[in-house]
Design a protein around this ligand. Structure first.
Ligand code: BGC
Length: 844
């Protein structure tokens, strides 16, 4: 039988120093242990897989579809199952706390982390994250909903100040948190890096005291984002329980005690924070079972199937002229299919803490080979250059060359040198590539050098690109060929491999050996991610000009000209869509290469289908020229199979867009106010001027031509009738909800799923309110010809109204409202009117 831990007794047994020690991490992932009294617990990222302790190349893990893909399923049951499987994965990494889900709103299509977050719509984001959390916690693992709050951009994410009205916060940005926190009660919340209305989120009384612990009466653990604790006393006073990661920067016992003595905080506040940490540990059964087991890679068939099914159901069919899709085995028998672009790359996840060292990744090429290979004739051409950075020089790459270290063996020699004497104090041989993104502890305060003898595979011009965090010098045979001339200007871009790097060229001769030496000093003065200071890091990339300047377009066009169908795979790899950076452009990278290729192929082949893998909307300048378009997101380790399932018709597409897809970036509601402007002090300021008019709430008020595809849009290979909407007030005297009923029929010849989407708004729209808002949704799956009458949904009455800032309450004015049944936010199918006889008012 489980033993109940007496948290108060444990708390009282601790000295003040011990209590303080609990308020920060011990290291990057674990909390502090107080020997004999309090065990520690391990956390792990993240939203689409539990990756364990390593940032890259760690213990293999299941890689799930990114949240924007899960959102496109609009399937609450799938979200719950993903949550359950994520909990098992967390256990397999010896952790009991998952740093997920990410629920911030897709405010702008260039948002770097939109992919790992659900939607522009707060109800959809809230309901799905609630299911993920319930799934995770059903297995005893803590979910950590993040990042609280308004973390909608990556540019200057540590320091940016966002000016947002309380109304926009309550109705849009806090709403997914509110739904998930009230429904699913996550055991932890992670604060965001940014400031909201002038105050950093980790010490923001409005967010933490008034809203989270006050209005929502939530009593879990608040932890900071990594490096996102910005003060000692203020953060303790506001209710930030845990500074992460450790060891502490701002909660050293002597500093906290000095703050108590100075009256800036109190022992009572420290004790309250420690109590929360202990309660959190107790929920996770750490007192009963203090062991942190080693990390394991457990690759389960049922998880493979769940990932494949979820990614397939999330894929959105955006265009299908003349029923070009599906390309079934029968249809393509004996035909030639030119498979072009990123087909041999599995775009499974985005970059940053949501990236996972997947057990395996299925590329679209491999999946199409096994689905169609014995029927159609498939050819492949890479079609365009997309790489953001030149690849590091590997110890042995037949296409580039080989490297021998100072020990005479394959690999680089890496030295940690004393900055004053330039003497090597620690040396490692056999290092696999010229790339170091984060210095280990032994490198703190030291200069790093990579030394190796490079033997190129071919003669001629080669491109090189180098960046060092503190500085960077490259010598080839003792000649200085590159000097960065100072510290790196974009530490965050460097860390996430998403830098813009100026390339330079050198001539090499095949078979000859060149001594390359790359040196970099430890950086200082990095703001925000202070933990990078003093840790030298550097990379050198290289590519022969024959590969760099190869005319891939002509090769692909020639292959397409000769084919019956051209299947083009476009998208963002994790360097182009990543945490730490907002997207460089609305146009697919690099420098228009993907757009130009699609247009060129469409000019020679009239059966073009594009499969796009991004977490966001991108420009589609060639849309009119192609017959088919599938938005495939980042589908996790089974991404290739999920795409092949939809392409071949093994799965009937049923995904719907979780955001509005603008025609041009200028049409996005936040355009002009993203990512903000620098003030005189050099601080980035961004004003959420669009207020509550985010996504379809904006497009509903402007010309329809601004949209490529509306929120909620998605085609199928079968047809559905949805209709007969009715609405009646429920909830007794309070009248808190409306019961909705809808009839659905699959009128086609294939089994499939359809999204029932219901919006609501006042019959006479108000200038200061959205025309309508999503109030209920449900995915319904039916066999060919099957009907389902009376599909039941529920809408909260509060969602008919708005947040009244003056009164500090939710208000539904008396009057007439419409519930609208729709195929997308831009296509009504039917509506019913209801009357609210008396004004409804709800506490915040
Ligand atoms: C991210 C968090 C993540 C943490 C730990 C931060 O940079 O913003 O989402 O959980 O790192 O990796």
């Amino acid at each position: 039988m489980a033993v109940k831990t007496d948290i108060e007794a444990v708390l009282q047994s601790l000295t003040l120093e011990e209590k303080i020690s609990l308020l920060a991490g011990a290291n990057f992932w674990e909390t502090v242990e107080v020997p004999g009294k309090v065990p520690s617990v391990k956390t792990s990222d993240g939203p689409n897989g539990a990756r364990g302790a390593d940032f890259s190349g760690g213990t293999p893990a299941a890689c799930f579809p990114a949240a924007s893909c899960v959102a496109a399923t609009f399937d609450t049951a799938a979200a719950y199952k993903v949550g359950e499987a994520l909990a098992d994965e967390t256990h397999s990494k010896g952790a009991r706390c998952l740093l997920a889900p990410t629920v911030c709103i897709h405010r702008h299509p260039l948002g770097g982390r939109n992919f790992e977050s659900f939607s522009e719509d707060p109800l959809l984001a809230g309901k799905l994250s609630s299911q993920v959390i319930q799934g995770v916690q059903s297995k005893g693992v803590a979910a950590t909903i993040k990042h609280f709050a308004a973390n909608e951009q990556e540019t200057d994410r540590f320091t940016v100040n966002e000016t947002v009205s309380e109304r926009a916060l309550r109705e849009i940005y806090l709403r997914p948190f509110e739904i998930a926190i009230k429904e699913a009660k996550p055991w932890a919340v992670m604060t965001a890096y940014n400031h909201v209305n002038g105050t950093h989120c980790d010490s923001n009384d409005f967010l933490l005291k008034q809203v989270l612990r006050g209005d929502w009466a939530w009593d879990g653990l608040v932890m900071s984002d990594w490096g996102g604790t910005n003060s000692t006393a203020a953060a303790i006073n506001s209710g930030l329980d845990l500074e992460m990661p450790g060891p502490t920067r701002l909660r050293k016992p002597e500093d906290v005690i000095a703050a108590i003595k100075a009256g800036k905080t109190s022992e009572a506040a420290v004790e309250e924070r420690a109590r929360r940490v202990l309660k959190f540990l107790d929920i996770l059964k750490v007192f009963e079972d203090p062991e942190t087991p080693p990390e394991q890679a457990i690759d389960k068939p049922e998880v493979r199937s769940l990932i494949r099914e979820t990614a397939g159901h999330g894929a959105v069919l955006l265009k299908n002229d003349h029923g070009i899709l599906p390309l079934s085995k029968d249809k393509v028998k004996g035909k030639k299919i030119a498979v072009l672009g990123l087909a041999k790359t599995a775009l499974a996840h985005g970059g940053g803490s949501a990236s996972v060292n997947a057990h395996y990744k299925i590329t679209p090429w491999d999946a199409l080979q096994s689905a169609l290979g014995d029927s159609a004739e498939l050819s492949f051409s890479p079609a365009f250059h997309t790489q953001r950075l030149l690849s590091p020089i590997a110890k042995d790459d037949p296409a580039v060359g080989s490297v021998t270290g100072l020990d005479g063996k394959p690999g680089w020699t890496m030295e940690w040198r004393n900055v004053k004497t330039n003497e090597a104090e620690d040396t490692t041989h056999g290092v696999s590539e010229s790339n170091l993104l984060l210095a280990p502890d032994k490198g703190v305060g030291k200069m790093v050098a990579f030394v190796g003898d490079f033997t190129p595979a071919e003669s001629g011009v080669h491109y090189l690109g180098c960046t060092g965090l503190g500085s960077a010098l490259v010598h080839i045979d003792e000649e200085l060929v590159f000097d960065q001339g100072g510290p790196c200007k974009d530490a965050m871009g460097f860390l996430f491999g998403a830098l813009k790097e100026d390339e330079f060229t050198r001539d090499f001769e095949a078979g000859k050996t060149y001594r390359i030496c790359i040196e970099s000093n430890p950086p200082s003065g990095i703001k925000g991610l202070e933990l990078l200071n003093d840790r030298a890091a550097v990379r050198l990339g290289l590519q022969p000009a024959s590969a760099h300047d190869r005319d891939l377009t002509s090769e692909a066009v020639a292959a397409a000209r000769d084919a019956d169908y051209a299947l083009i795979f476009t998208g963002h790899d994790p360097k182009w869509e990543t945490e730490g950076q907002d997207q460089a452009s609305f146009h697919l990278p690099r420098a228009g290469s993907q757009d130009a290729l699609v247009a060129a192929v469409a000019a020679v082949n009239s059966n073009v289908v594009v499969v796009n893998s991004t977490g966001v909307a991108v420009a589609l300048p060639w849309l009119e020229q192609v017959s088919g378009l599938v938005q495939a997101w980042f589908g996790g380790q089974e991404c290739g199979n999920a795409i092949a399932d939809v392409i071949t018709g093994a799965v009937t597409p049923e995904g719907n867009l979780p955001f509005s897809w603008p025609r041009q970036i200028e049409d996005a509601p936040a355009h002009g106010n993203f990512p903000g402007e620098y003030d005189a002090q050099g601080q980035l300021q961004v004003e959420y001027k669009e207020g509550v008019f985010v996504g379809y709430r904006h497009y509903d008020r402007v010309d329809a031509s601004k949209l490529r595809f509306p929120f909620g849009f998605g085609l199928s290979y079968t047809t559905f009738d949805v209709g007969n909407l009715s609405a009646s007030r429920t909830g007794g005297g309070g009248g808190d909800a409306f019961a909705l009923s809808v009839d659905v029929a699959n009128t086609g010849n294939l089994a499939g799923g359809v999204l029932v989407q219901v919006y609501a708004g006042p019959v006479t729209p108000r200038e200061d309110c959205p025309v309508k808002q999503l109030v209920a949704f449900q995915k319904v799956r039916l066999g060919a010809g099957e009907k389902k009458a009376g599909v039941q949904l529920t809408a909260s009455a509060r969602d008919l109204g708005y947040f009244d800032e003056g009164r500090g309450k939710w208000v539904v004015p008396k009057g007439k409202y419409r519930f609208i049944l729709a195929r997308s936010a831009a296509e009504e199918v039917g509506s019913v009117e209801v009357e609210v006889a008396e004004e409804l008012v709800y506490a915040p």
